[in-house]
Design a binder for this molecule. Sequence first.
Ligand code: SF4
Length: 251
Amino acid sequence: MTANKTSQAILIKIYNSLYNEFGPQNWWPGDTAIEIIVGAILTQNTNWTNVEKALFNLKKARNLSVEALKKIPQSKLARLIKPAGYFNVKAKRLKNFMRFLDNEFAGNLNKMGKMSLPDLRKGLLSVNGIGPETADSILLYVFSKPIFVVDAYTKRFLYRHNIVGQDAEYHAIQDIFMQALHHEVMMFNEFHALIVRLGKEYCKPKPSCQQCPLNKLNYSLVYKCDYCHRYLPALRHSKRVPSFLDCDCRQ
Ligand code: SF4
């Protein structure tokens, strides 16, 4: 079996286990394209409950539309999105995005969606304050472009299962999925959403491995680092259970 086929087999096993456990996630939460884009920008460094409060404020003030977001003064926008945290920075980022939409696509999201995946990704990444995770979320969940979204939950569970190292970067993790799986929008959509659910329900900073559907997959409930919870192979010539002293997490 080639490395790619191995990754493919493991990733599909992970996907099926998560899908059987949680079912379809129906992502991304949001009624319109602009709501999803605003949500993707606001969710940086905060949890979704706070984003929902900010989105509610914007909707209530009738400011969750392309036209309204173009016109609203940055200071007023910052006040409305306050619950999402870092509100001054995020208001600036939203305005940066609106300028990009206006300058490059005459304020038309349909026109933006017609651009090829590599070109649009490059364009989004050129907007100050839009990084790979936000850009890929917009590409996948707004424009149905086949790209895999990586987040902190993805890295955490892959690291704990020895699939990536602790220094693995965004694109290296993304490549694992992009190279092993067929580029299907529905699967990428569902897979990322299922990983987020995994991270919220089981693979938390202090994980609940006992109940987790992935606890038989390249993992051991016994041989794991008691600090970062990474799976550690049994020590040769020793009956001692490996501990964080044998793990690379604190080096
Ligand atoms: S088995 Fe444990 S480490 Fe693995 S994904 Fe589940 S909670 Fe995380």
